[in-house]
Design a protein around this ligand. Structure first.
Ligand SMILES: [Zn+2]
Length: 141
């Protein structure tokens, strides 16, 4: 099913559901699509919203599940675009920081990993840029 946002020639907005776009064209050509307010059959599509049912389904998810979904998606992006350096994160971040200070060309890819509180303090003292991120367990469901 496709939901079309329709508008009649008098400017009334209304919704119409059709099995597919061809069906809409056929019904509209035959004058079967009319404005529920004034009955005019001169209507036009103003916006197509085929994702309506998906959005409705997402709305029914509890908020904490939506957050988990967002965090999982976020983790995936980080894992795809950055290299996992594990517990060597502080070491690697320092290396990159030093290289940057010396004007060396940086790798395009970022890194991610873990570090202890003391390592974190050291990086902060050195003025190394890093961002703490919320990390969700992949198995969490
Ligand atoms: Zn109308």
């Amino acid at each position: 099913m496709i939901c079309y946002q329709l508008r009649c020639s008098a400017g009334h907005p209304f919704e119409g559901w059709f099995p597919n776009s061809t069906s809409y064209d056929q019904q509209q050509d035959s004058g079967l699509v009319s404005c529920p307010q004034c009955g005019v059959t001169e209507v036009e599509k103003s916006l197509m919203a085929p994702a309506l049912s998906t959005r409705a389904a997402q709305k029914t998810l509890p908020p904490d599940e939506q957050v988990r979904m967002a965090l999982r998606a976020f983790r995936k992006v980080v894992e795809t675009q950055c290299d996992d350096v594990g517990d060597r994160f502080a070491e690697e971040a320092m290396k990159r920081h030093d290289a940057q200070l010396e004007g060396e060309r940086q790798s395009e890819r970022g890194i991610y990993g873990t570090m202890s509180d003391s390592e974190k303090e050291r990086l902060e003292d050195e003025g190394v840029d890093f961002t703490p991120v919320p990390w969700i367990d992949r198995s969490d469901s």
